[in-house]
Design a protein around this ligand. Structure first.
Ligand code: SF4
Length: 482
């Protein structure tokens, strides 16, 4: 049987506290070999064995449990604390008692909340960080070598040995937003021919800029282009700022455009990530998170790939890869310089990346458009409000475009009294966030008819040169039987 004795008086302060703080492991069942090795034993283990412990003096101000295990021998030698009694089991190693588990103090609610928030942030950061690559990592140098051989020749691009012109880079990047290279080409040439320098564009009337932009869509870009040109002249003396941060303070320049200009025009280590580049990165790493939630992770991967030198070429190489081999459908992986490092290619389902959250199409909106034709062929038009959809562009008078448009009320909204005739059929147009259906009404006006307030007559031969967006051109053509 085991017997415990205390040879001295326990200090009242340490009563219970000493043993309660013992933090030693237990050996179950009692293993004398382990004890011989200087192991530890718990109270439970000692119960059935015949052994004896004796405490020979009071533990004052210090407890066995607060001593790290490796210090126990010295401690017992000096202080004669808990000592295993030799004669009974021939073990002369120091032993201490393991107490019931120390209960932790309950932490205040504030601390718990803070810790939880900190853990959440750490988890979030970890999720945004690219995981350690398992396969051969894609290398920037490989893509740059491919780019040197296969780069696209575009009107706004500098030749390999020439420095890039920030004005051209900026103009092209604004025009290319949501628009194809093929569509942008002629617009870019026309803008550059008309306004060869930033200062020329800044001093042009907005109306002229909108006219030259007409047909390219997303007209807010044209207004911002003009405001931005003026801001660069006024705030920066006509020279483009060369850092991402300062570029972002300019009107119409967002994160992508700022990074593109900083990298391509100024060689800064910046990472523009557009839809094409998102697709390349999502495939390279087979990112399962759907867009748009995957954007931070994709950006982190793209940043990790961006080299410190030739960042501009690298950005353009990524753009070219996304626009050519790594196409949305049937990517040409066999020709891709990164095919050995591409996770989606290895899996054989590259085309399914990037994953996307299904988009709910906007509900159909409807309205009426009124095309008044003067005897000399001029049509009535007005300028749309500066802010909002197609802001500042030209339009024929229309009703609001709503989900509950009632055609029976359409004539009541016509811009002036006349014999308005409904033109058979409807004009359909799809904006990014909703489809539109316009019912078109046509009326004739006398040669000397005065235009209503805020509207004007536009001669037939000038219609093509006015800033009518495509939906309005469709409505006019529908009314004129074109
Ligand atoms: S291997 Fe195929 S899917 Fe992967 S980056 Fe190249 S073209 Fe895109």
């Amino acid at each position: 049987m085991l017997r415990f004795e205390r040879g001295g008086t326990l200090n009242a302060q340490n009563q219970g506290a000493g043993l309660a703080h013992l933090r030693l492991g237990t050996a179950r069942p009692l293993d004398f070999q382990r004890l011989r090795m200087g192991g530890n034993v718990g109270t439970d283990d000692l119960g059935p064995a015949g052994d004896e412990f004796r405490r020979r003096e009071t533990l004052t101000g210090e407890t066995a449990g607060q001593k790290p295990l490796r210090h126990i021998p010295q401690w017992t030698a000096k202080r004669s604390g808990l000592v295993h009694v030799k004669p009974l089991c021939q073990i002369d190693k120091a032993m201490t008692l393991a107490a019931p588990r120390v209960r932790k103090k309950a932490r205040p609610a504030k601390v718990v909340q803070k810790t939880a928030a900190r853990k959440k942030t750490v988890r979030k950061r970890a999720a945004a960080k690219p995981p350690a690559p398992r396969e051969p990592a894609p290398r920037a140098a490989t893509l740059l070598a491919w780019y040197a051989r296969h780069r696209r020749h575009l009107p706004w691009r500098a030749r390999p040995s020439e420095p890039a012109d920030p004005y051209r880079v900026w103009l092209s990047e604004i025009m290319l937003q949501q628009t194809t290279v093929k569509a942008v080409g002629p617009y870019f040439e026309r803008f550059l021919a008309r306004w060869p320098r930033l200062q020329d564009l800044a001093s042009a009337p907005l109306e002229d800029v909108l006219k030259l932009w007409a047909g390219l869509g997303y007209y807010a870009r044209a207004r911002n282009l003009h405001v931005c040109a003026r801001a660069i002249v006024e705030r920066h003396g006509g020279a483009f700022p060369d850092t991402e941060d300062t570029l972002r303070t300019l009107p119409g320049i967002g994160a992508y455009t700022a990074a593109a200009i900083a990298a391509i025009a100024f060689g800064r280590k910046a990472t523009p990530v557009d839809g094409n580049i998102e697709r390349v990165i999502a495939r390279l790493h087979a990112i399962e998170t759907p867009l748009p939630a995957a954007k931070p992770l994709i950006h982190a991967h793209a940043q990790a790939l961006t080299p410190a030198r030739h960042a501009g070429d690298f950005a353009q190489a990524m753009m070219d890869l996304g626009a050519s081999l790594c196409s949305p459908k049937r990517p040409a992986c066999a020709l891709c310089p990164w095919n050995d490092a591409c996770a989606a290619h290895r899996r054989g389902d590259a085309e399914t990346f990037p994953r996307k959250t299904p988009k709910a199409n906007g509900a159909l909106r409807r309205g009426a458009a009124y095309v008044a034709v003067r005897a000399d062929g001029a049509i009535l038009a007005r300028v749309r409000p500066p802010a909002g959809l197609l802001g500042g562009m030209m339009e024929v008078p229309t009703t609001d475009w709503t989900h509950d448009f009632d055609e029976r009320d359409a004539r009541a909204h016509a811009p002036f009294k006349a014999a308005w005739q409904r033109v058979p059929g409807v004009v359909r147009h799809v904006f990014t966030h909703f489809p539109l259906e316009l019912t078109v009404y046509r009326a004739r006006a006398a040669a000397g008819a005065r235009p209503p307030k805020d509207a004007r007559w536009i001669a037939g031969e000038d219609i093509a040169g006015e800033a009518f967006p495509n939906v309005m051109r469709k409505a006019i053509a529908h009314a004129l039987g074109g």
